[in-house]
Design a protein around this ligand. Structure first.
Ligand code: AMP
Length: 287
Protein backbone atom coordinates (compact mmCIF):
# COMPACT_ATOMS: atom_id res chain seq x y z
CA UNK A 1 0.00 0.00 0.00
CA UNK A 2 1.32 3.42 -0.95
CA UNK A 3 0.73 6.54 1.13
CA UNK A 4 0.42 9.71 -0.96
CA UNK A 5 0.36 13.18 0.56
CA UNK A 6 0.42 15.61 -2.34
CA UNK A 7 -1.94 16.28 -5.25
CA UNK A 8 0.96 16.09 -7.72
CA UNK A 9 2.06 12.68 -6.43
CA UNK A 10 -1.53 11.43 -6.51
CA UNK A 11 -1.98 12.54 -10.10
CA UNK A 12 1.23 10.82 -11.04
CA UNK A 13 0.31 7.59 -9.26
CA UNK A 14 -3.13 7.66 -10.90
CA UNK A 15 -1.60 8.01 -14.30
CA UNK A 16 0.16 4.70 -13.79
CA UNK A 17 -2.98 2.74 -12.77
CA UNK A 18 -4.61 0.60 -15.45
CA UNK A 19 -8.19 -0.63 -15.23
CA UNK A 20 -11.04 0.53 -13.02
CA UNK A 21 -10.27 2.64 -9.98
CA UNK A 22 -12.63 2.74 -6.99
CA UNK A 23 -12.43 5.66 -4.55
CA UNK A 24 -13.63 5.73 -0.94
CA UNK A 25 -13.48 9.27 0.50
CA UNK A 26 -13.30 9.39 4.32
CA UNK A 27 -12.41 11.73 7.16
CA UNK A 28 -10.54 8.94 8.95
CA UNK A 29 -11.25 7.54 12.44
CA UNK A 30 -12.29 4.50 10.46
CA UNK A 31 -14.89 1.97 11.53
CA UNK A 32 -16.69 -0.99 9.96
CA UNK A 33 -18.96 1.37 8.00
CA UNK A 34 -15.96 2.82 6.16
CA UNK A 35 -14.41 -0.63 5.75
CA UNK A 36 -17.59 -1.99 4.14
CA UNK A 37 -17.14 0.68 1.43
CA UNK A 38 -13.47 -0.22 1.02
CA UNK A 39 -14.32 -3.91 0.63
CA UNK A 40 -16.84 -3.14 -2.08
CA UNK A 41 -14.32 -0.95 -3.90
CA UNK A 42 -11.77 -3.75 -3.74
CA UNK A 43 -14.26 -6.33 -4.99
CA UNK A 44 -15.71 -4.16 -7.76
CA UNK A 45 -12.60 -2.46 -9.16
CA UNK A 46 -9.05 -3.26 -10.22
CA UNK A 47 -7.62 -0.73 -7.75
CA UNK A 48 -8.96 0.69 -4.50
CA UNK A 49 -8.00 4.19 -3.39
CA UNK A 50 -9.06 5.55 0.02
CA UNK A 51 -8.71 9.18 0.97
CA UNK A 52 -8.32 10.40 4.54
CA UNK A 53 -8.89 14.12 4.91
CA UNK A 54 -10.72 16.00 7.66
CA UNK A 55 -12.22 18.63 5.40
CA UNK A 56 -12.26 22.00 7.18
CA UNK A 57 -14.63 23.51 4.58
CA UNK A 58 -17.52 21.30 5.68
CA UNK A 59 -17.36 22.34 9.33
CA UNK A 60 -19.16 25.46 10.49
CA UNK A 61 -17.99 27.92 13.12
CA UNK A 62 -18.40 26.35 16.56
CA UNK A 63 -18.54 22.82 15.14
CA UNK A 64 -16.13 20.00 16.01
CA UNK A 65 -13.31 20.47 13.45
CA UNK A 66 -10.58 20.72 16.08
CA UNK A 67 -11.84 17.84 18.22
CA UNK A 68 -12.88 15.53 15.37
CA UNK A 69 -11.44 12.07 16.23
CA UNK A 70 -8.14 11.34 14.50
CA UNK A 71 -6.04 8.15 14.58
CA UNK A 72 -4.12 8.12 11.34
CA UNK A 73 -1.73 5.26 12.21
CA UNK A 74 -4.64 2.97 13.03
CA UNK A 75 -6.47 4.06 9.84
CA UNK A 76 -3.41 3.11 7.78
CA UNK A 77 -3.19 -0.32 9.43
CA UNK A 78 -6.89 -0.98 8.74
CA UNK A 79 -6.66 0.14 5.11
CA UNK A 80 -3.54 -1.94 4.54
CA UNK A 81 -5.28 -5.00 6.01
CA UNK A 82 -8.17 -4.46 3.55
CA UNK A 83 -5.78 -4.50 0.60
CA UNK A 84 -6.14 -0.85 -0.42
CA UNK A 85 -3.62 0.11 -3.13
CA UNK A 86 -3.29 3.85 -2.45
CA UNK A 87 -4.11 6.05 0.50
CA UNK A 88 -4.41 9.72 -0.38
CA UNK A 89 -3.98 11.84 2.76
CA UNK A 90 -3.31 15.42 1.68
CA UNK A 91 -2.64 18.37 3.97
CA UNK A 92 -5.08 21.29 4.13
CA UNK A 93 -2.78 23.36 1.94
CA UNK A 94 -2.68 20.65 -0.71
CA UNK A 95 -6.47 20.56 -0.97
CA UNK A 96 -6.97 24.29 -0.46
CA UNK A 97 -3.83 26.09 -1.70
CA UNK A 98 -3.51 29.73 -0.64
CA UNK A 99 -5.94 31.79 -2.71
CA UNK A 100 -8.15 28.78 -3.40
CA UNK A 101 -11.44 29.92 -4.94
CA UNK A 102 -12.87 26.97 -6.85
CA UNK A 103 -16.00 26.30 -4.87
CA UNK A 104 -18.33 23.69 -6.30
CA UNK A 105 -21.95 24.09 -5.26
CA UNK A 106 -25.19 22.31 -5.98
CA UNK A 107 -28.10 24.75 -5.66
CA UNK A 108 -31.72 23.99 -4.92
CA UNK A 109 -33.89 22.12 -2.44
CA UNK A 110 -31.62 19.06 -2.29
CA UNK A 111 -28.94 21.10 -0.53
CA UNK A 112 -30.98 23.79 1.21
CA UNK A 113 -33.11 21.53 3.43
CA UNK A 114 -32.33 19.16 6.33
CA UNK A 115 -28.53 19.06 6.81
CA UNK A 116 -28.21 22.13 4.58
CA UNK A 117 -30.54 24.08 6.81
CA UNK A 118 -28.90 23.03 10.07
CA UNK A 119 -25.35 23.35 8.70
CA UNK A 120 -25.37 26.16 6.09
CA UNK A 121 -21.81 25.70 4.70
CA UNK A 122 -21.77 21.92 4.96
CA UNK A 123 -22.71 20.81 1.45
CA UNK A 124 -20.60 23.48 -0.23
CA UNK A 125 -17.64 22.03 1.67
CA UNK A 126 -18.55 18.46 0.76
CA UNK A 127 -19.15 19.07 -2.95
CA UNK A 128 -16.00 21.17 -3.26
CA UNK A 129 -13.73 18.57 -1.67
CA UNK A 130 -15.34 15.59 -3.40
CA UNK A 131 -15.18 17.32 -6.80
CA UNK A 132 -11.49 17.99 -6.20
CA UNK A 133 -10.93 14.35 -5.14
CA UNK A 134 -12.77 13.13 -8.25
CA UNK A 135 -10.63 15.38 -10.48
CA UNK A 136 -7.36 14.29 -8.90
CA UNK A 137 -8.07 10.54 -8.45
CA UNK A 138 -10.29 10.17 -11.55
CA UNK A 139 -12.11 7.09 -10.23
CA UNK A 140 -14.54 5.11 -12.38
CA UNK A 141 -16.58 4.43 -9.24
CA UNK A 142 -16.87 6.13 -5.86
CA UNK A 143 -18.44 4.60 -2.78
CA UNK A 144 -20.54 6.45 -0.20
CA UNK A 145 -22.69 5.36 2.73
CA UNK A 146 -26.49 5.61 2.85
CA UNK A 147 -25.88 6.64 6.46
CA UNK A 148 -25.36 10.11 5.01
CA UNK A 149 -28.29 9.79 2.62
CA UNK A 150 -28.61 13.45 1.70
CA UNK A 151 -24.85 13.73 1.13
CA UNK A 152 -24.96 10.71 -1.19
CA UNK A 153 -27.71 12.32 -3.28
CA UNK A 154 -25.93 15.68 -3.31
CA UNK A 155 -22.66 14.06 -4.46
CA UNK A 156 -24.54 12.30 -7.28
CA UNK A 157 -26.08 15.61 -8.32
CA UNK A 158 -22.66 17.30 -8.17
CA UNK A 159 -21.05 14.65 -10.41
CA UNK A 160 -23.86 15.12 -12.94
CA UNK A 161 -23.65 18.91 -12.78
CA UNK A 162 -19.85 18.96 -13.15
CA UNK A 163 -19.94 16.23 -15.84
CA UNK A 164 -17.51 14.06 -13.91
CA UNK A 165 -17.48 10.56 -15.37
CA UNK A 166 -17.84 8.63 -12.14
CA UNK A 167 -20.48 6.20 -10.93
CA UNK A 168 -21.51 7.14 -7.39
CA UNK A 169 -22.46 3.99 -5.49
CA UNK A 170 -24.42 4.06 -2.21
CA UNK A 171 -24.05 1.23 0.30
CA UNK A 172 -26.12 0.27 3.35
CA UNK A 173 -25.55 1.66 6.82
CA UNK A 174 -23.46 -0.55 9.08
CA UNK A 175 -24.80 -0.65 12.64
CA UNK A 176 -23.62 -1.69 16.07
CA UNK A 177 -25.31 -4.88 17.34
CA UNK A 178 -27.83 -2.78 19.30
CA UNK A 179 -28.83 -0.79 16.21
CA UNK A 180 -26.86 2.46 16.61
CA UNK A 181 -25.40 3.50 13.24
CA UNK A 182 -21.61 3.43 13.30
CA UNK A 183 -20.11 6.91 13.23
CA UNK A 184 -16.74 8.39 14.07
CA UNK A 185 -18.65 10.83 16.29
CA UNK A 186 -20.00 8.01 18.49
CA UNK A 187 -16.60 8.24 20.22
CA UNK A 188 -17.78 11.52 21.80
CA UNK A 189 -20.62 9.82 23.70
CA UNK A 190 -20.36 9.16 27.45
CA UNK A 191 -21.74 5.78 28.60
CA UNK A 192 -25.04 7.45 29.56
CA UNK A 193 -25.25 9.24 26.23
CA UNK A 194 -24.37 6.05 24.36
CA UNK A 195 -27.40 4.40 25.98
CA UNK A 196 -29.59 7.43 25.25
CA UNK A 197 -28.47 7.46 21.59
CA UNK A 198 -30.49 4.28 21.04
CA UNK A 199 -33.52 6.54 20.83
CA UNK A 200 -32.40 7.26 17.24
CA UNK A 201 -32.66 3.70 15.85
CA UNK A 202 -35.78 3.20 17.98
CA UNK A 203 -37.42 6.22 16.41
CA UNK A 204 -36.58 4.90 12.94
CA UNK A 205 -38.03 1.49 13.88
CA UNK A 206 -41.19 3.16 15.10
CA UNK A 207 -41.57 5.10 11.86
CA UNK A 208 -40.99 1.94 9.83
CA UNK A 209 -43.58 -0.02 11.83
CA UNK A 210 -46.15 2.73 11.40
CA UNK A 211 -45.65 2.92 7.65
CA UNK A 212 -44.82 -0.66 6.70
CA UNK A 213 -46.84 -2.63 9.27
CA UNK A 214 -49.73 -0.38 10.26
CA UNK A 215 -50.20 1.25 6.86
CA UNK A 216 -50.03 4.83 8.17
CA UNK A 217 -49.92 7.22 5.19
CA UNK A 218 -50.11 10.53 7.02
CA UNK A 219 -46.46 11.64 7.07
CA UNK A 220 -47.11 14.25 9.76
CA UNK A 221 -48.48 11.55 12.07
CA UNK A 222 -45.20 9.67 11.64
CA UNK A 223 -43.10 12.79 12.27
CA UNK A 224 -45.14 13.59 15.37
CA UNK A 225 -44.73 10.07 16.76
CA UNK A 226 -40.96 10.38 16.29
CA UNK A 227 -40.95 13.79 18.03
CA UNK A 228 -42.84 12.31 20.98
CA UNK A 229 -40.51 9.33 21.28
CA UNK A 230 -37.35 11.48 21.20
CA UNK A 231 -38.91 13.95 23.68
CA UNK A 232 -39.16 11.05 26.12
CA UNK A 233 -35.36 10.71 26.25
CA UNK A 234 -34.00 13.44 28.55
CA UNK A 235 -30.46 13.39 27.10
CA UNK A 236 -31.68 13.73 23.51
CA UNK A 237 -32.97 16.74 21.58
CA UNK A 238 -34.39 16.38 18.11
CA UNK A 239 -32.98 18.71 15.43
CA UNK A 240 -35.23 17.48 12.62
CA UNK A 241 -37.33 14.56 11.50
CA UNK A 242 -38.28 14.23 7.87
CA UNK A 243 -40.40 11.80 5.89
CA UNK A 244 -39.23 12.50 2.39
CA UNK A 245 -39.29 11.27 -1.17
CA UNK A 246 -36.51 8.71 -1.47
CA UNK A 247 -34.85 10.42 -4.44
CA UNK A 248 -35.54 14.14 -4.26
CA UNK A 249 -35.87 14.32 -0.44
CA UNK A 250 -38.92 16.56 -0.92
CA UNK A 251 -41.02 16.43 2.25
CA UNK A 252 -44.06 14.15 1.90
CA UNK A 253 -47.58 14.79 3.11
CA UNK A 254 -48.73 11.32 2.17
CA UNK A 255 -46.46 8.29 2.26
CA UNK A 256 -47.56 6.94 -1.09
CA UNK A 257 -44.16 5.91 -2.46
CA UNK A 258 -40.79 4.65 -1.20
CA UNK A 259 -39.60 7.18 1.33
CA UNK A 260 -36.71 8.01 3.60
CA UNK A 261 -37.22 8.80 7.24
CA UNK A 262 -34.34 11.08 8.21
CA UNK A 263 -33.40 12.16 11.71
CA UNK A 264 -30.86 14.51 13.22
CA UNK A 265 -30.64 14.39 16.99
CA UNK A 266 -28.43 15.97 19.59
CA UNK A 267 -27.36 13.59 22.33
CA UNK A 268 -25.60 15.77 24.86
CA UNK A 269 -23.28 17.88 22.70
CA UNK A 270 -22.99 15.26 19.94
CA UNK A 271 -25.09 15.55 16.81
CA UNK A 272 -26.10 12.20 15.30
CA UNK A 273 -27.81 11.61 11.95
CA UNK A 274 -29.46 8.45 10.73
CA UNK A 275 -32.14 7.39 8.29
CA UNK A 276 -34.14 4.45 7.12
CA UNK A 277 -35.82 3.61 3.82
CA UNK A 278 -39.45 2.66 4.11
CA UNK A 279 -41.81 1.24 1.51
CA UNK A 280 -45.52 1.77 2.18
CA UNK A 281 -47.72 -1.32 1.91
CA UNK A 282 -49.52 -0.06 -1.19
CA UNK A 283 -46.28 0.75 -3.05
CA UNK A 284 -44.93 -2.79 -2.77
CA UNK A 285 -44.83 -4.75 -5.98
CA UNK A 286 -47.57 -7.36 -5.79
CA UNK A 287 -46.74 -10.76 -7.13
P1 AMP B 1 -16.94 10.14 7.05
O1 AMP B 1 -15.56 9.67 7.38
O2 AMP B 1 -17.83 10.22 8.24
O3 AMP B 1 -16.94 11.39 6.21
O4 AMP B 1 -17.60 9.03 6.15
C1 AMP B 1 -16.96 8.56 4.99
C2 AMP B 1 -17.91 7.68 4.24
O5 AMP B 1 -18.29 6.58 5.06
C3 AMP B 1 -19.21 8.39 3.84
O6 AMP B 1 -19.58 7.99 2.53
C4 AMP B 1 -20.19 7.88 4.87
O7 AMP B 1 -21.52 7.90 4.41
C5 AMP B 1 -19.71 6.47 5.07
N1 AMP B 1 -20.17 5.96 6.37
C6 AMP B 1 -20.07 6.56 7.58
N2 AMP B 1 -20.66 5.82 8.52
C7 AMP B 1 -21.16 4.72 7.89
C8 AMP B 1 -21.91 3.57 8.32
N3 AMP B 1 -22.25 3.39 9.60
N4 AMP B 1 -22.24 2.65 7.40
C9 AMP B 1 -21.91 2.82 6.09
N5 AMP B 1 -21.21 3.87 5.62
C10 AMP B 1 -20.84 4.81 6.50
Amino acid sequence: MQLIETVAAMEEARFRLRGAVGLVPTMGALHEGHLSLVRRARAGCDHAVASVFVNPAQFGPGEDLETYPRDFERDLRLLEAEGVDLVFAPSRDEMYPPGFDEWVEVAGPLTSRLEGESRPRFFRGVTTVVARLFRVVRPQRAYFGEKDAQQLRVVRAMARQERLPVEVIGLPTVREPDGLAMSSRNAYLSPEERAAALVVPRALDLAREMIERDGVRDAEAVREAVRQLVAGEPLARLDYVSVADDETLAELETVDRPALVLLATWVGSTRLIDNSRVVPVAARVSR
